[in-house]
Design a binder for this molecule. Structure first.
Ligand code: SAJ
Length: 420
């Protein structure tokens, strides 16, 4: 008999995970505190954007394998996939994890499995999950199987990566790791590695910290190369010809809900030791202001100027704006008196200053900033853009455009990380 699984939190991770188990024959209870999510789901509808997820969810709801509730229901497995946002002071807000764990205390029974998928600071299983579960009258270490199994999927490819990626399972003991590993083998084709809970927690944070620190290095090099009057993109390209070097790319900052957040969870626990991690976060956070200052240098003054921004999402070819550094850039421009801002981003429907058409966004503009490298932008007729702009200045933060081509059209082309 397949276990009944209760998934707490029906967001970017919980919902695809629930649907994936359901489509593999498990009975799934989906739980979300947001009644709108629950009502939509019970009609077979979803309120997040993710390729193919709508079809999968519709099918499993129709077949009765996935049902949504606002409260957890008695099950054999509980998967906690709620958000762990960051507080103003850069510490993790664990309230959703705490509430979700507490909500299963009255129904959890001997032999059940409890899995934390949410990205969490190290020791969350030991210091938060286990103590809360002890509020049930169970002898937790003996009676329950508990593990952290962090999600590692990338938005836009979630259903593919849920199946294909390798996975880590860190249990409070070996039986917990093995039980949880067996469960995920229902659909995971990648390898599943077992370890202890704290190691699993640290792996997830380390993966994103690795990227953050490397991006910070690229951003620092960009600033240095500008000072030297050389092109960081060439430095990176040629350095990467070395067989053991793989530099990341600079840019206007790091967005998304993972890389810009997770390193803080390590800093929070080890502020005295995590110097490099802390510094890297600050370097990446400094990039919107760096782009802002570079814009000012290009234009002399920003007062009464019109700025056009291409792309406001946190990365290319998605509609996701969470923690986007371009939002921060926009906020910096907003402080300038007399400034006009216009934005063109075909992936985004709701944001200020949006224009439906790239050429009207560029009309009478003094500076065009390429914020995100959406592939679609390759189709823009730059000759026409040139005609519409008041002054043909470009600031490319992603090495997206061809310098020679734009210079031939008469643009003053500026590249982040390239000095004049
Ligand atoms: N970026 C750069 N330079 C680079 C690479 C990225 O500036 O060389 C910027 C991007 O523009 C973007 C940000 O970093 O603003 C992050 O984008 P991303 O595509 O690198 O990562 P995410 O946040 O969408 O997803 C990451 C992934 N982690 C890793 O690749 C190690 C994903 O596998 C995780 O599941 C996800 O975080 C998560 O949930 O933790």
């Amino acid at each position: 008999m397949k276990e009944k699984i209760c998934v707490l939190g029906l967001g970017y991770i919980g919902l695809p995970t629930a649907a994936m188990f359901a489509s593999n024959g498990y009975d799934i209870v989906g739980v979300d505190v947001n009644k709108k999510v629950v009502d939509a789901l019970n009609k077979g509808e979803i309120i997040i954007e993710e390729p193919y997820l709508d079809v999968m969810v519709r099918d499993v709801v129709k077949s009765g394998k996935l049902k949504a509730y606002v409260k957890p229901q008695v099950s054999d497995v509980y998967i906690i996939a709620v958000p762990t946002p960051i507080n103003e002071d850069k510490t993790a807000d664990m309230s959703f994890v705490i509430d979700a764990t507490r909500s299963i205390v009255p129904i959890v029974k001997k032999g059940d499995i409890v899995i934390l998928e949410s990205t969490s600071p190290p020791k969350t299983i030991d210091d938060i999950i286990v103590p809360i579960l002890k509020e049930s009258k169970l002898n937790v270490e003996e009676d329950l199987y508990i593990a952290h199994s962090p999600e590692r999927v990338i938005p836009g490819k979630i259903l593919f990566e849920l199946v294909e990626n390798n996975r880590i399972v860190g249990g409070i003991n070996e039986e917990s790791s093995e039980k949880v590993k067996r469960l995920y083998q229902a659909f995971v084709k990648g390898d599943i590695y077992t370890t202890n809970a704290t190691t699993a927690e640290m792996c997830k944070l380390t993966e994103n910290t690795f990227r953050d620190v490397n991006i910070a290095l690229a951003n620092e090099l960009a600033k240095i190369c500008e000072e030297m009057g050389i092109n960081v993109w060439d430095v990176i390209k040629f350095s990467n010809k070395h067989p053991r070097v793989n530099l990341h790319q600079p840019g206007p900052g790091v967005g998304g809900h993972c890389i810009a957040v997770d390193p803080w969870f390590i800093v929070e626990k080890f502020p005295q030791i995590a110097n490099l991690i802390n510094l890297s976060r600050n370097i990446n956070d400094s990039m919107p202001e760096y782009v802002f200052n570079k814009s000012r240098k290009i234009l002399g003054t920003l007062k009464d100027k019109k700025i056009t921004i291409l792309g406001v999402t946190y990365k290319p070819d998605v509609d996701d704006m969470r923690e986007s550094p371009i939002i921060e850039l926009v906020e910096l421009f907003e402080e300038i008196s007399g400034i006009t801002i216009s934005i063109y981003d075909p992936f985004v429907e709701n944001y200020k200053y949006l224009e439906k058409d790239v050429y009207s966004a560029c009309k009478d503009s003094d500076l065009l900033i390429l914020g995100v490298n959406h592939k679609l932008f390759k189709e823009i007729d730059m000759n026409k853009v040139n005609d519409y702009m008041r002054c043909s200045n470009i600031l490319d933060t992603r090495n997206f455009f061809e310098n020679d081509q734009l210079s031939n059209l008469g643009f003053n082309y500026n590249l982040l990380g390239k000095g004049k």
